[in-house]
Design a protein around this ligand. Structure first.
Ligand SMILES: Nc1nc2c(c(=O)[nH]1)N[C@@H](CN(C=O)c1ccc(C(=O)N[C@@H](CCC(=O)O)C(=O)O)cc1)CN2
Ligand code: GAR
Length: 217
């Protein structure tokens, strides 16, 4: 019996594509029940349609408040009764009520080595801060932005000639490896969440999650 998930996007959907590809190759025992975007022009919607996955567009601009949008979004998601909600480049800050409703069963991928560089424009900020390395974090979603328990990270070096674009490309490549891995582990109940903390095979994860260095770069 495959593990039902719903994926939320706002843009290109390359992380969604990584999940689709691994699912189709039988490496991920998950069923992507639906893809929901807050942007009608998100290319990820095309990726989903090409894979025969139901799609929905729910524009946040059609609602007068964040709460109203989230209430509608939650009702749409819950029609599919997913065991996991996957934020894959979903660019809306979710309300506390929404985050609590999916507490422990909603993951996000963030393009930085959390807790560094929460928020947006992380690649340029890391370069501007003269960081020697950067990377990506998979974390459970909490009401506080980018503050949920980190479960998996991957790192890459920032070179002297690095630009935000070259760094983004390196980080994307790492994302496409670690996000399907994290989703797989969650579907196998190896990755769990309790009282705000993440566990792997019942072992408490350190604050920084499981670090993968050269193995993924
Ligand atoms: N309650 C939470 N909501 C969300 C989280 C979270 O951890 N807790 N993660 C984000 C994903 N994210 C970074 O990983 C992120 C997404 C969006 C924004 C943001 O500032 N959004 C603006 C609109 C920006 C835009 O439309 O381009 C906004 O919502 O007003 C910051 C971080 C997903 N949600
Ligand atoms: N703060 C959230 C955020 O910036 N997420 C980032 O959006 C991109 C989505 O790419 P994709 O649409 O090709 O998967 C990814 O790099 C992801 O880390």
């Amino acid at each position: 019996m495959s593990f039902p998930i719903v994926v939320l996007i706002s843009g290109s959907g390359s992380n969604l594509q990584a999940l689709i590809d691994q699912s189709l190759q039988g490496q991920l025992n998950t069923k992507i029940c639906a893809v929901i975007s807050n942007k009608a022009d998100a290319y990820g919607l095309e990726r989903a349609k090409n894979a025969g996955i139901p799609t929905h567009t729910l524009s946040h601009k059609s609602f007068s408040s964040r709460e109203e949008f989230d209430t509608e979004l939650q009702a749409l998601i819950d029609q599919y009764q997913p065991k996991l909600v996957v934020l894959a480049g979903f660019m809306r800050i979710l309300t506390e009520a929404f985050a609590k409703h999916y507490d422990g069963r909603m993951l996000n991928i963030h393009p930085s080595l959390l807790p560094k560089f929460k928020g947006l424009d992380t690649h340029q900020r890391a370069i501007d801060a003269n960081e020697k390395e950067h990377g990506v974090s998979v974390h459970f979603v909490s009401p506080e932005l980018d503050a949920g328990a980190v479960v998996l990270q991957a790192r890459t070096e920032i070179t002297k000639a690095e630009t935000a674009e070259t760094l983004a490309n390196k980080v994307h490549a790492l994302e496409h490896i670690i996000y399907p891995l994290a989703v797989k582990w969650f579907s196998e109940e190896r990755l769990t969440f309790q009282d705000g903390k993440a566990f792997f095979d019942k072992n408490r994860l350190p604050e920084s999650g499981i670090l993968y260095h050269k193995a993924l770069t």
